[in-house]
Structure formats: C-alpha cells, structure tokens
Design a protein around this ligand. Structure first.
Ligand SMILES: *Cc1c(COP(=O)(O)O)cnc(C)c1O
Length: 380
C-alpha cells in the first residue's frame, strides 16, 4: 500500500508534470514574474468558471478577506457577524481592521452559520455577515441573503474551502458558492481544493464599482500609476502561481468528483455506526469535500483524541479542524469573546475529526482507513 497522506500534492504533480513544468519554464523565460499575462488569463478563466463578472487576484485568502472588508468602507467599531467555528483568518481580519467580531453559532449538522443565531446577533451597529462555506459545503445562502436584505447588510462569503461548489436556489437555479453575496473570497493555499504551489488568493464580485475599489486597494490604493487615492495594501498573485493555477483549474471538477467518490466510500463504510456520524450533505448544495469531517457522537471523555492517536499509530494522518473555536482564542480576549455563549460550537469542537481527503486516495488505502477506524471502536 502507498503511504497515506492527509493531502497528496506529489501524486497529482506526477500526473500533470509535463503541463506544469512547461508553464513554469515559460514564465521564467518570459521573466514577467509580477502581473504577467498568466495572471490575467487565470483571472478570466476563473471568472468564466464561476460565472462571475470580476475576479481580483491577490496574495492569499486572508488578504482577500481583508481587502473585501476594506473595500466596503467599514468603520472602526462596526460589527461583523461570523461563525466562531472556522479557521482563524475569517475572524482575525475583522479584529485587524478594528471592526468588532460578533461570533455566532453553527448548525450542528452542516457546521455552517446558524440562521437563528445570526438573526439574534443583529444590532444597529451590524454592517456585514461573513458566512464560511466550511469543509466544502455551502451555507444556507438563500436565508442569509434574506436576512442581509432585510437589514441592509453586506455579505462576504469566505469560500476558501468550497471553490467549485454549487448552491441550488429554491426556484431551481444554481450559482457557484462565493458568487451570491456582495463579495466572495478564496484561498489558493496548496492544500485547498484549487491550490497553487505557494500562496495565492482571489476576490469575486458582480459589482463593477466594487471591483474597481477592490483592485485599487489590492494595489496600494492606486487609481493610475503613482496616484494613490486610498490607503490600500500590496497583495498580488504572482505569475508562476497563476500559470500553475490555470492548469489545476482545468482539473478542478474532476478532482471534486474524485473527492465525492472518496466521501461516498467513507459514508458507506461508516453507515449506521453507533458513534461515528458521517458528514451531512444538505440537498441545497453540491458538497465539494475539502475535508471529510466526522462527529464522534459520544460524551466519553478523551474518545476523539484516543481515536486520533490510534489512527496516527497506524500511520493514518488525521486532523482536528479546529481544536479551539474563535471565541475561545486568546487573540480575542480584548473583545470579551469568551462571553459569547456558543454551546454547539463547543460541543462540535470536542468531537470533530477529519480523515484523509484528496483525489488520489485508492481503494486499498480507503479500506485500510475505514477498517482501522472501525477496529478502534470494536476493540473498546
Ligand atoms: C485557508 C482559509 C483562509 C485563509 O487562506 P490563506 O490563503 O491561508 O490566507 C481563510 N478562511 C478559511 C475558511 C480558510 O480555510
């Protein structure tokens, strides 16, 4: 059996080696390392894939969120509602910009922002909602947009984990996740579903004026060369990464389908298990399985960490995404974050465990992973 990886970028590279090597050498020979043609080509290709008017490339997914919040003209003390159960980048940029993070609950099944909790968190100071499409599953965007429209709020979709996902509206139409709110953001961190061979990110919007603003902020607030209208930052996707991403984008759908097959295999193996709860798939979206995250539905202390150790001993990588929710991070002490009462978030944080998930997993590896996991429970 091939060694099992949490994410296997080496095997995919071997398959795409010829295409990637050619593209990389072309960039190096052209010496257009910054804002070379591949950057525009990739942005256009991604806009077409997502069916969105504007794609603004930037340096990483955290910058994408920051630039989005800067472009919306949010002011110090404005409240931004986000789930606590997410990667730190989502909430960190809120605090970085002197905005106030308001942590809300997630749904116990979908891991995504809970609509009742969202509604209850709205105050006259609320300016924006940042829903996170966690692990590859879309939030309930129709409900979120309804709340946002009622209260005149911006919606920034953190789509770092769900690029390529589809959200299905009740009227039968569909849109790509990240293209439904005011702005969508993503990350091309190598382990993401559409990853570069280094850092990268992008911002999407259908609003022309906002696109101008986003572009300007990502480029030192520059409106024309050496004329700087607003305080911005320096956030670029480099040409080498764009060239690689153009190739990987062509394989995104086939990679997503391979991920779904892996999820199906896991689902089937763990079906009806007394403790292992497989990821819920909401019918309102196509889950793209950035992560395959189980809930261990038990109150036995230490169970999750013991399973994690057992898997590691058997050379099965596994991860806890994430061991500390936002509202319990030291970073947010000055925001009195621990005062947020989020029992579902805490409950999930103690019980989630993610198994290896990538398109290169074969049946032999998958059988070993599922058998070993089941063995752990049979031993006990
Ligand atoms: C990865 C990730 C980010 C940040 O992306 P970087 O490119 O690492 O800055 C933001 N939000 C979520 C939900 C992520 O998973």
């Amino acid at each position: 059996m091939r060694p099992i990886q949490m994410v296997d970028l080496k095997t995919e590279y071997q398959r795409l080696k010829k295409e990637i090597d050619t593209a990389v050498i072309e960039v190096i020979e052209s010496a257009a390392f910054i804002n070379g043609k591949p950057v525009q080509d990739f942005s256009k290709a991604l806009a077409q894939y997502l069916n969105v008017k504007h794609v603004i490339p930037c340096a990483n997914g955290t910058d994408a969120l920051q630039i989005a919040m800067m472009a919306l003209g949010l002011k110090q003390g404005d409240e931004v509602i986000t789930p606590s159960f997410t990667y730190i980048a989502t909430t960190e940029v809120v605090a970085l910009l002197s905005l106030k993070p308001i942590f809300v609950e997630v749904d116990k099944q979908t891991f995504n922002i809970n609509i009742d909790s969202l509604r209850k968190a709205i105050t006259p100071k609320t300016k924006a909602i940042v829903p996170v499409h966690l692990y590859g599953q879309s939030c309930d965007m129709e409900a979120i947009m309804e709340v946002a429209n009622e209260h005149n709020l911006f919606v920034i979709e953190d789509n770092a984990q769900s690029i390529g996902g589809d959200y299905y509206f009740k009227d039968g139409t569909s849109k790509k996740t990240g293209t439904i709110g005011t702005i969508g953001t993503t990350s091309f961190y190598p382990a993401k579903n559409l990853g570069a061979y280094g850092d990268g990110g992008a911002i999407f919007t259908n609003d022309d004026a906002l696109a101008q603003q986003l572009m300007m902020i990502a480029n030192h607030g520059q409106s024309k060369r050496y004329y700087h209208d607003v305080v911005g930052c320096n956030s670029r996707l480099d040409t080498l990464q764009a060239a690689i991403l153009s190739i990987r984008l062509q394989h995104l759908d086939e990679n997503i389908n391979a991920r779904i097959k892996v999820a199906d295999f896991y689902d089937n193996a763990f079906k009806d298990h007394a403790v292992i709860k497989t990821p819920f798939r909401d019918k309102n979206n196509k889950h793209v399985f950035h992560q395959y995250t189980l809930i261990l539905n038990s109150d036995k202390a230490g169970l999750r960490d013991e399973l994690s150790m057992y898997l590691s001993e058997n050379k099965i990588p596994n991860m806890i995404y994430y061991p500390v929710p936002g509202h319990r991070q030291k970073m947010f002490e000055s925001f009195d974050a621990a005062a947020f009462n989020l029992p579902i978030t805490d409950w999930l944080t103690e019980r989630v465990i993610s198994l290896p998930m990538h398109p290169e997993l074969d049946e032999e590896q998958l059988s070993f992973i599922t058998q070993t996991t089941l063995n752990y429970f049979n031993r006990n």
